[in-house]
Design a protein around this ligand. Structure first.
Ligand SMILES: Cc1cc2nc3c(=O)[nH]c(=O)nc-3n(C[C@H](O)[C@H](O)[C@H](O)COP(=O)(O)OP(=O)(O)OC[C@H]3O[C@@H](n4cnc5c(N)ncnc54)[C@H](O)[C@@H]3O)c2cc1C
Length: 498
């Protein structure tokens, strides 16, 4: 049996590894000349930057993949839990340090806000409870399989539906635990981990802090791109045939059964036959351009869903060392609600954007020359429609620099010696993500989790989906899980011939 995987994002690499290990002959097609998609890197002028993800959570999902391949993670890269997960800076210039040690974090909140250590502990317990009740249904299984809902764990979850808090939004639920606007803003921010709005997303997403505080936040030595490099190496070791710089132009279908893929070769286009096709390309992109199908129910449903937010990322080489910053930092806006209204309702870049600064050179000294730091500075933006990002990125840059200067009393403009910028339209072109969305569809509605593309196509036999726009969603652990769910479905329906 042979399979084509379209796209060498983390989801595509993970699917290729799992299938190859299961004895399937795998060809992996990637339009870029490098693997990783959003999880790429820039190495230039003495600086190294991760281009997308900057924090690893749920590392056991990665370990599970590497062990499945018969290898050891320690042979590829090391990582340690971060002592400080993130440093939060507020508009009144106060700071809160989110320590990974729960007791220390509780004390920090008690010392710096009107909320108590007990309220944090109670909230983290509630968050853990949501995780325990939902993980088997929403993270580790296909939502399209009947047995996902009929096993004992699922029945327990449905009997305790209230505990997973699906009816309130995240913010209203947080107000049951916290009174201080600073604590609320800190936990509201977790909605942005999948590109959503805390004033609309279901409170079930309050599960995310459990993943970070109770299970831990990590950064591999050498940066997140070490994950990409390792998965590429493991796929290679398993004999996956990788075609870089090779864009798939279409999925060949006969009578609703996939037959192969058409791809752009060096001199001509080629068609190769495959028994199964796994698309790591964005779901909408797959229907519209690879299947030329905008009319089927599956395609129409996806088209009507709201994309997640996108982002502007400035990769700056900065002269000097800044001890006030940790590896991960957030400079909050003054009015969070208004920021999300601007992002999702007015579809504008916020006037006062919450600004994220990730400085991997604080841990990985080789990521910047001595006396310099590598700043990955990101703000959330609306998804891409018709904005002129060449203009928008310059306007936003001025706002971001003023905000940083004002917070730390520095003159950043003079210290920037290197710059590259990632814009939403570039995310769309470089990774084929519709609307330049970072996490596929947003989770701004109660039904979003059920509306994501399932990993096995209902219409096309032999077609499967992995990656951030399919179930269970975006972010490193989830796209790796999508590959696990998909490979299990392939084993059941294609290999075992169920
Ligand atoms: C700025 C930014 C910050 C982020 N921060 C975090 C974070 O801190 N933590 C976290 O967990 N996640 C984060 N994410 C999200 C995370 O990066 C993604 O969810 C994940 O990497 C997506 O993986 P994927 O498998 O969906 O593939 P993608 O990375 O989207 O890659 C898809 C691949 O398919 C290829 N492709 C598409 N169509 C074709 C075709 N027709 N032919 C050939 N190749 C094709 C593309 O070129 C691309 O390489 C961030 C993302 C961004 C952009």
């Amino acid at each position: 049996m042979n399979a084509a995987v379209i796209g060498a994002g983390l989801g595509g690499l993970a699917a290729a590894i799992r299938l190859a290990k299961m004895g399937v002959e795998v060809d992996l097609f990637e339009q870029n000349n490098f693997a990783g998609g959003k999880a790429g890197e820039i190495v230039k002028d003495g600086f190294r930057f991760d281009t997308g993800p900057s924090l690893l959570t749920m590392p056991f999902v990665l370990d599970d993949l590497i062990e499945f391949a018969g290898e050891k993670r320690a042979d590829h890269f090391q990582f340690e839990p971060l002592e400080i997960i993130c440093k939060y800076f507020y508009s009144d210039k106060s700071e809160i340090i989110a320590y990974s040690d729960a007791d220390k974090f509780c004390r920090e909140i008690e010392n710096k806000t009107i909320d108590s250590a007990a309220s944090i502990r109670k909230f983290l317990k509630y968050s853990e409870n949501i995780y325990e009740l939902t993980k088997d249904i929403f993270l580790f299984s296909s939502l399209a399989e009947l047995d996902t809902y009929t096993n004992a764990k699922a029945v327990k979850t449905f009997l305790k539906l209230g505990s997973i808090d699906p009816l309130r939004n995240m913010h209203s639920s947080l107000k049951r635990f916290f009174k201080d606007p600073k604590t609320l803003q800190l936990f509201d921010r977790y909605a942005t981990y999948n590109g959503s709005n805390p004033y609309k997303a279901p409170a079930t997403l309050n599960v995310i802090p459990h993943v970070e505080y109770n299970l831990g936040g990590f950064l591999p030595k050498g940066g997140i791109n070490q994950i990409t490099k390792s998965l590429q190496k493991i796929a290679d070791n398993l004999g996956v045939f990788m075609h870089f710089g090779t864009k798939v132009l279409g999925i060949e279908v006969d009578n609703n059964r996939v037959k192969g893929v058409k791809f752009r070769g060096l001199r001509a286009d080629h068609v190769k036959k495959f028994d199964i096709v796994i698309s790591n390309s964005d779901v909408l992109n797959t229907y519209k351009y690879l299947l030329n199908d905008e009319l089927s129910a599956e395609s129409k449903k996806y088209k009507n869903l709201e994309p997640s937010s996108s982002g502007l990322v400035y990769y700056w080489g900065v002269k000097g060392n800044y001890p006030e910053l940790a590896v991960h930092n957030i400079l909050f806006s003054k009015n969070y609600r208004s920021e999300f209204d601007q992002l999702f309702d007015q579809k504008k870049i916020p006037l006062d954007p919450t600004t994220y600064i990730y400085v991997s050179s604080k841990l990985n000294k080789n990521d910047a020359p001595e006396g310099f730091e590598n700043w990955f500075v990101m703000i959330n933006t609306p998804y891409h429609t018709d904005q002129n990002w060449e203009v928008e990125k310059e306007i936003a840059k001025e706002r971001v620099i003023d905000k940083i200067n004002n917070m730390f009393g520095i003159n950043l403009r003079k210290q920037i010696v290197f710059e590259e910028v990632l814009t939403p339209d570039k995310i769309q072109t470089d990774t084929s993500s519709s609307y330049g969305s970072i996490y596929g569809i947003s989770s701004n509605s109660k039904s979003a989790a059920f509306l994501r593309q399932s990993n096995k196509s209902k219409k096309y036999k032999g077609l499967y989906f992995v990656g951030g726009s399919a179930h269970p969603g975006g972010g490193i652990p989830l796209v790796l899980l999508s590959a696990k769910i998909t490979s299990e479905l392939i084993k059941k329906y294609e290999i075992a011939g169920d």
